[in-house]
Design a protein around this ligand. Sequence first.
Ligand SMILES: [Zn+2]
Length: 535
Amino acid sequence: MKLTFIGAAHEVTGSCHLLETNGKHILVDCGMEQGPDLYENQELPIAPVDIDFILLTHAHIDHSGLIPLMTKNGFKGQIVTTFATADLCDIMLRDSAHIQEFEAEWRNRKARRSGEPLYEPLYTMQDAMDAVELLSPCDYDQRIELCSGVEVRFTDIGHLLGSACIEVWITEDGVSRKIVFSGDVGNIDQPIIKDPKTIKEADYVVIESTYGNRLHGDEKPDYLGDFAEILRETFQKGGNVVIPSFAVGRTQELLYFIREIKEKNLLGDFTDFDVYVDSPLAIEATSVFTKNQRGCFDEDALNLVDKGINPLVFPGLKLSVTSDDSKLINFDSRPKVIISASGMCEAGRIRHHLKHNLWRKECTILFVGYQAVGTLGRKLIEGAPVVKLFGETIEVSARIESLKGISGHADMNGLLGWLGGFESDIKHVFVVHGEDQVTDSFAKTVTERFGISAFAPYSGGCVDLATNQILSEGSQIVKKKADKPERLRAESAFNRTINAGKYLLEVIMKNEGIANKDLAKLEAQIKNLADKWNR
Ligand SMILES: [Zn+2]
């Protein structure tokens, strides 16, 4: 009866924990690491073919994204999750495989020309489809027997449609223990989905800590009012509102609010505006929301459903599936809303809409989610006067706005409130899924507040659940770059480019004191080169 922490240990992404009991191997989540992670994850101590079950808390790629890699490497067990998560995984894992294949193909086009070895995608569409075949959905709140000695129950945790906290009851050699995995704990009062439900009993709790040291603030933003105001001001000038949005979750929230704005006639003369959703993934995700209304929607959204209203549909909603549909949007000259992905403007159809709208001062680019450092979205928010799109320099004349969003994660008080719902004595709380120091500080907060032992394991950390003995705290191995063999080649090419850059700087230094005319020529050539690649 052993629990090992593999991923999202002192990190925010790549959730993965391994439960071993009654001769079975059970993974809880199997997520992809995204963005800059600090520590090396330990390899799974067993081969994918020997994993019997994957329990999945929710569909976000940092919790589900490596499942196709498991099927690629021989996993043939069941993936147990809620119906809505299974539906979302069906589209999100295929989308992730598409990205992997697209990236590999892009690299290989260059590799073929230069005679370098080919790059293998992390996994393919077939691997993702094989994973989808293994999904075994269940209802919320049903206690089900996974195998002899192991029962599980999925409870709504209010983070994303279908998201769950997972309760696991284990009995082995006459000893029974209950472990609760929080998954990502949702924020209260999010539109469409329910608030997180608390659990009463556990011996052990594994809890996320994304906002383990932060508070969202007491003042609730007037999302609807602020959004309506931006729409009105833009339409008055005859412009478009272009919204870079995450396809799953955020887009559906926007549709929910726009329906309300239209229904309440908040824009007066402008109520008849059209809204284009220009993202095939967002359109598929919206239909998953509609399919799962009964099991997942909150009271307000269900009240609308009971009146025969689909809360995500309204007059003027136009869905662009094909790229021809997408191009046609540019020929519609009336003021409108365009919602498109990706949310940080790094790829996808949104870049075309930015090209057509950024230079127009009557338009607004409205950000509704976090923009990571280095992304085009972040550059725009920080006031870049010009940006490069498809090799063209585009002047930024449009109004750039951010709508203070409703976070999908509970803040520190939300997490503590959820933990406070337990009535039984908890032997140990394990803090995962947070930034390095945040995990430690939240573990300390838990102990101070509830008097429960709590600690944040590193990857490889391991506990004997029968004896409550920490077998290992895990290894704090700082990540080296280019650890995976198939990525080495790309990395060495990148290093060569860096060295070429350093050489260029050396050449510049050597030329100090030469004629101004020659310096100007060199400067122009460097700027020309930099502009060409700054895309
Ligand atoms: Zn999540």
